[in-house]
Design a protein around this ligand. Structure first.
Ligand code: DAU
Length: 344
């Protein structure tokens, strides 16, 4: 199969590219990535000499570029997106462009040229889930952040194109994903790297919000099954069943690193913060035979160990003069000083 992976230089996208090239010797992959702040060529560096992989620098909202690329592929798997809730609260406009307009451009090209589109979406489209309930694919969409609203908008375009034009689209909705190469703005990589630098860990509100944690390679495997065996027009939840309150995750992370809980700093809550996400993944498990290969401890442990053994990767991002430092100061009001603790 010839697969176009959009956003393939990002966190989950690059894990998916590696998985395909390792598992399927007859497949070829083209990665299209705009290399915005979270896209990183270093995530694909070991594939530079691989004759079955090629890289194109560009934007999914670029109509002629996308049109030309899709014509030569059997399927598109779309990871390209703005993904961070806190950034969507600071500036929603980029989310509209990538997560809605970009998806529309991909769909329109698939309409002209054929092939399957897998749209990688998120459990956040369901919104806040009360205790005891688990989101099913048939549940209504109730996004609450600009990020989640934009992802829901992209999904609705997928639905409308499959109904109106009969194009072949499959949607996956994943839970919180961790593992190697995640940009250190998200809870787990931010807290690992802050702890390693002796900086405070900013826990929003009471820290009792609940998320379900999945390893990136397990997530990529679920998306791969959806691509190859998923039914057209269907949606598949991909959840690990590892529900944990944030503060438990943070304590476990500090214990694994042998760092003091004194680093925990409670800070004002995220506006509109969803209290809990929880997915019912019966469908992908029963219909496609998916199951995560790691439990929560192995998922978190593997993530921490990767950051411990790859300081060059995250230190390059956290360089005090870079994009990350600007965002960090804007979001937390803390400066990334060159060395030692900041004023948090
Ligand atoms: O559920 C899937 C989603 O998971 C993905 O669609 C998103 O792209 C991804 O960002 C993630 O969303 P969250 O908002 O749940 O992830 P984040 O790592 O930002 O936050 C996880 C939890 O930790 C959430 O309850 C907010 C909290 N948090 C986060 C940060 C960055 C803190 O308490 N402090 C922080 O500094």
């Amino acid at each position: 199969m010839k697969i176009l992976v959009t956003g393939g230089a990002g966190f989950i996208g690059s894990a998916f590219v590696r998985l395909v090239l390792e598992r399927y010797p007859d497949d070829t992959v083209t990665t299209l990535d705009a290399l915005t702040y979270a896209g990183n060529r270093a995530n694909l560096s070991e594939l530079e000499q691989n004759p079955r992989h090629s890289f194109v620098h560009g934007d999914i909202a670029d109509v002629p570029l996308v049109d030309g690329l899709i014509a030569g592929h059997d399927a598109v798997v779309n990871f390209a997106a703005e993904t961070h809730v806190d950034r969507s609260l600071l500036d929603p406009s980029a989310f509209l462009r990538s997560n809605v307009e970009g998806v529309y451009v991909l769909l329109d090209a698939v309409r002209r040229h054929g092939g399957r589109l897998v749209q990688v979406s998120t459990d956040e489209v369901y919104g806040d889930i009360p205790e005891g309930k688990f989101s099913l694919e048939s549940d209504p969409l109730a996004p609450r952040s600009p990020y989640a609203a934009a992802k829901a908008g992209g999904e609705l375009f997928c639905r409308s194109f499959s109904i109106s034009y009969g194009i072949d689209v499959v949607v996956t909705r994943g839970c919180n994903t961790i593992g190697p190469r995640q940009y250190p703005e998200k809870l787990v990589p931010l807290f690992i790297t802050n702890a390693l630098e002796g900086r405070p860990l900013p826990v929003y509100g009471d820290g009792l919000q609940v998320r379900d944690w999945l390893h990136v390679e397990d997530h990529a495997a679920g998306i791969d099954l959806a691509l190859r065996q998923g039914r057209s027009c269907e949606i598949y939840n991909i959840g690990a069943g590892n529900e944990r309150p944030n503060i438990d995750v943070v304590r476990q992370l500090l214990a694994h690193l042998d760092k003091s809980e004194c680093l925990i700093a409670y800070v004002p809550d995220r506006p509109g913060h969803d209290r809990r996400y929880a997915l019912d993944s019966t469908k992908i498990r029963a219909h496609l035979g998916w199951a995560p290969q790691r439990d929560f401890e192995a998922t978190l442990g593997d993530t921490i160990d990767w950051y411990l053994s790859h300081p060059e990767w995250w230190q390059a991002i956290r360089n005090a003069s870079g994009e990350f430092a600007e965002y960090y100061e804007r979001q937390y009001g803390w400066r990334l000083a060159a060395a030692g603790r900041d004023e948090g």
